[in-house]
Structure formats: C-alpha cells, structure tokens
Design a binder for this molecule. Structure first.
Ligand SMILES: [Ca+2]
Ligand SMILES: [Ca+2]
Ligand SMILES: [Ca+2]
Length: 460
C-alpha cells in the first residue's frame, strides 16, 4: 500500500471502528489523523477542566470572541475560570482575558453563555456553577461579566440554596416575554433531606443587578429525586413566544453527595406566564436499565420547518451514547426518533450537541467521551435524520494525552468553510489540562448552504 492509501484506509478504519493507535499499529500515521490542539490551559495548575463554550461580540466591534468556562487549581481546591479567546488570521487562538475566582471558598463553572442583555450591542458573559467548601454544602452561583478594555470584569453575582446545597447546571438565554430583552434561564438541583429537587430559575439583568423573575422546583415522577442538566430556549409551537425546555434525570439518591441511581431521562417544556413557570409537557425516556440526559437543543433537524427537541446522554446499564428527538404537538411531546449506540461502538455519553444547517441539510453534531475509564477518548459524531431514523454519517476520535474528554462542541468560520472544535480536558501524566481541539479536517461539514450555530442566545 502506498502511504496515502494507508492513511485513507486508517482514517476510514478510525471513523468506522474508532480503532486505537496500538490496534492500528502505526502511531506516525495516526498522529496525522488526530485532532490538533488549538489551545491549552492549566500548565501552571494540578487540574484544569473546561466544561462549556459560547461565542459572541464581546467588544461591540463586530468581531466574535470565544468564551470558555470551567475551573483550574486542584480537584478539592477549584478556582472558577472564565477565559476569552480570539482567533487570528493565521487561525491561532489567543487568550484575550481571564477571570479567576481565587481564594476561599472553592468554586467552579459548569455553563457559560454570551448575549447582549442590555441592548448596547455588546454581549455580556453569563456563567453558572457552584461555590462552597465542598460539593456537599455548595451554593449555586450565577455571575455576569463584561469585557472592558481587555479585562473581564464581574458586574454582578448571586448565589443561593434552598436546602443543604444547590448546584447550577444548565443555562440558556432568550426573550421569554417578548419585551425585546433576553432573560437568563438557569437549571440545576439541590439537596433537601434525603431527596434532590431539580430547580429552574428565570433571571433578568436590570440596572446592573440580577433579578429573579420566576422559579420552579420539582422532584421525580415515581422517583424521589430529579435533576436538570441542560436547558434550551426556543419557540416550540410557532406562536412567536419562546418556550423553555429542560432535560435531566430522575431517580433515587445513592447517598447525599453522590449521583442518582435507577435513573430515567426526562424532558420538560415550560412557559413563563408573568412570574410563574408553567409546565406544558413532560416526557420520560428510559432506554435499557438507565437513561441520563444532558445535552439539549431546539432546532428543525428534518427540514419540515417545525422545530424538534434533540436531547443526548447515555443509556443502558453499561452507558452508551444515545439521542432522543421529540416534537411538541397539540400540547404534548411525541417521540420522532431515538438512537442508542450499538454495543460495537463501546461505552460513551453525549455531553453536548449542536445542530448545524449545512448545504446537505441539518446535521446533529455530538461530542463526549468514549470507552471506559481510564482510557476515555474524545469523540465527535455527525447524524442526519432520514425517514424517521437517526443515521450516523461520520465519526472521529481524539487520542490527545492519556485520556481525552470532550465536553462542549462549537463551529467557527475557517478558511475552507466551517470548522468543528471541542472544549474539554485531557489527562497528561498526573496533570489534567484544559484543551481546545480542532476536529477539521477529520470531519467535514458541507458548508455551501449557509450556516448558523444553534446555541444559547443564538436563533437557529
Ligand atoms: Ca424579555
Ligand atoms: Ca411558543
Ligand atoms: Ca422539523
């Protein structure tokens, strides 16, 4: 075989089977097929984890900047980290600003979003996470930052808990009351006695303050506990008014500080009426022994001009990546399609997904870890919907460091069209490093048909 043919054959093998470097027996060839590290963070810390990304015009000058959020420091001494990057003409990523919440107590960020909250044509940065001595006694925290002359300044911050603890998890922005100004929607969960309740809050940014507009708390249906893990905002029924969709899981507590067991996935649609959050529809989903839903978007993925709800997570007892597509119709959710990764794909979980409107039609692009600890790799997959089935169109893995965990996916215009990136972290020896990985040209998106990212605050 010639070198080129071997490379192509290996690429095909990797994309179809997700073959490991040692399986393929040709590390040199694999390195040319691997992701490229576009940015690295945390060489100065024991552990840095990046969970979330957003993009917006943060300077008001027409240029788009990337926001990433997570923590740096150490596992039990977390320092909330919000960083801003620009992408240069030479395609390199440059750190423009970084805000670290140093000092006691520890803190971490799970979600970031960016949107112009006050109508001055410059986007604010919104960050959600938790702060406290430990995970068990933490409070949820929501903060607003603004990029001011190259420095990221915290303009407001609120923290709360209703029981023993609270964790912010799931964030979206959208105009819920049609007054032309976006609301902020935060999700998460909190412990009260031996039960966890999911919580949903709507906030407004008024006079440099975060004002709580509405809140809802709920437990599981047929289970004691529930969590919200992801939020999307969009008009589900075409009446011109945005709904809120939340996804998460319900189950029983294993112990107060740990995750739920006997989990079932769950998707709920809400509408804001005055200061009330009203449930419009709720749909549980259990595939196999357990289902946990994390990633969530609202977008038309089949080209019928009506939006679908796309949720991703993991299913079955061993944990396999899975997708659920719902449509909201006559006040109810209807299941349009589901897909659970076949056993041959190995264990995995969808941690984030976007919908990209390509020239060949809409594509669902997912990311997350693949394979079991301690050998997890990052994976990106492209799906299309065809005759009611989710069809896997392309797939690639990243083998940076000893372990790669891709957590957030986004697209960015590049020289040859739209490029795919993930934000996450990689184990390198004993150090966990934050990373931005470049997946193009491993995966190709057909970019002739006009492209938009469907993300928090951005209309699809
Ligand atoms: Ca509004
Ligand atoms: Ca609506
Ligand atoms: Ca549709």
């Amino acid at each position: 075989m010639t070198w080129n043919v071997r490379l192509c054959a290996l690429a095909l093998l990797m994309s179809v089977l997700g073959a490991r470097a040692e399986d393929a027996g040709d590390v040199a060839a694999l390195s040319q097929q691997n992701t490229k590290v576009g940015m690295e963070a945390g060489r100065d810390a024991e552990e840095t984890r990046l969970y979330s990304s957003a993009a917006a015009d943060l300077r008001g000058d027409g240029t788009t900047l990337l926001v990433v959020g997570g923590y740096t420091g150490a596992k039990d001494k977390r320092i909330a980290d919000v960083s801003i990057y620009s992408r240069g003409q030479d395609s390199s990523w440059k750190l423009e600003a970084r805000a670290l919440r140093a000092g006691e107590p520890q803190s971490t960020i799970r979600n970031v979003a960016a949107a112009d909250l006050d109508g001055d044509k410059t986007a604010e940065v919104i960050a959600l996470g938790w702060i406290g001595g430990s995970f068990a006694d933490s409070e949820a925290q929501l903060s607003i930052y603004r990029l001011d002359k190259g420095t990221l300044i915290e303009k407001a911050s609120v923290q709360w808990k209703t029981g023993a603890n609270a964790h912010g998890y799931g964030l979206a922005v959208g105009d819920l009351d049609r007054d032309g100004r976006p609301e902020i929607v935060s999700g998460g969960f909190g412990l009260n006695g031996d039960e966890e309740a999911a919580e949903l809050r709507v906030w407004r940014w008024r006079d440099q303050k975060l004002v709580l507009a509405a809140e809802a708390h709920f437990g599981g249906q047929g289970f004691k506990s529930a969590r919200i893990n992801a939020i999307a905002v969009g008009d589900l029924d075409g009446d011109g008014r945005a709904e809120i969709v939340t996804s998460g899981r319900e189950g029983e507590l294993k112990n107060p500080a740990k995750a739920l067991k006997k989990e079932r996935g769950e998707v709920t649609a809400w509408v804001l009426k005055g200061n009330q959050l009203v449930v419009r529809a709720r749909q549980p989903w259990l595939q196999g022994e357990m289902t946990r839903l994390r990633a969530l978007r609202i977008a038309d993925i089949d080209g019928d001009s009506k939006p679908e709800v796309v949720a991703g997570g993991k299913c079955e007892s061993e944990g396999r990546a899975c997708l659920l597509v719902l449509q909201f119709k006559n006040g109810k959710f209807e299941t349009k399609a589901t897909r659970t990764a076949p056993i041959e794909e190995g264990p995995g979980e969808i941690k984030d997904l976007i919908v990209v409107n390509t020239g060949a039609g809409p594509r669902v692009v997912t990311t997350g870890p693949k394979d079991a600890k301690p050998d997890r790799r990052g994976v990106v997959q492209l799906f299309r919907i065809e005759r009611g089935q989710l069809v896997l169109e392309d797939s690639a893995v990243s083998v940076q460091g000893d372990e790669t965990r891709a957590r957030s996916i986004f697209v960015w215009p590049g020289k040859g069209g739209l490029e795919l990136f993930t934000i996450g972290h990689t184990l390198s020896g004993r150090q966990m490093l934050g990373q931005l990985l470049e997946w193009s040209p491993l995966l190709k998106l057909e970019t002739s048909g006009g492209l938009k990212k469907n993300a928090g605050g951005v209309r699809f």
